[in-house]
Design a binder for this molecule. Structure first.
Ligand code: SF4
Ligand code: SF4
Length: 62
């Protein structure tokens, strides 16, 4: 399980990148992506990327 960024609503603000404890969020080209293989969904804690993202429903579980 992992989180996924909706590229159509992400504003590329970058806020989520440095909040991720597993460094799973990075910019690829001009969009941010979450590396599914290392995203732990914050180990059951509220997802830090979701908490900091200013866009509703931009980051969702896949
Ligand atoms: S859910 Fe947690 S581990 Fe996964 S991308 Fe977001 S901040 Fe990183
Ligand atoms: S915090 Fe949200 S809007 Fe900003 S780069 Fe991350 S996913 Fe995109």
């Amino acid at each position: 399980m992992a989180m996924q960024i909706d590229a159509s609503t992400c504003t590329a603000c970058g806020a989520c990148e440095f909040e991720c404890p597993t460094a799973s969020i990075s910019m690829k080209g001009d969009i941010y992506i979450i590396k599914a293989s290392s995203c732990t969904e914050c180990d059951g804690d509220p997802a830090k990327c979701v908490a900091v993202c200013p866009v509703d429903d931009c980051i969702t579980q896949v």
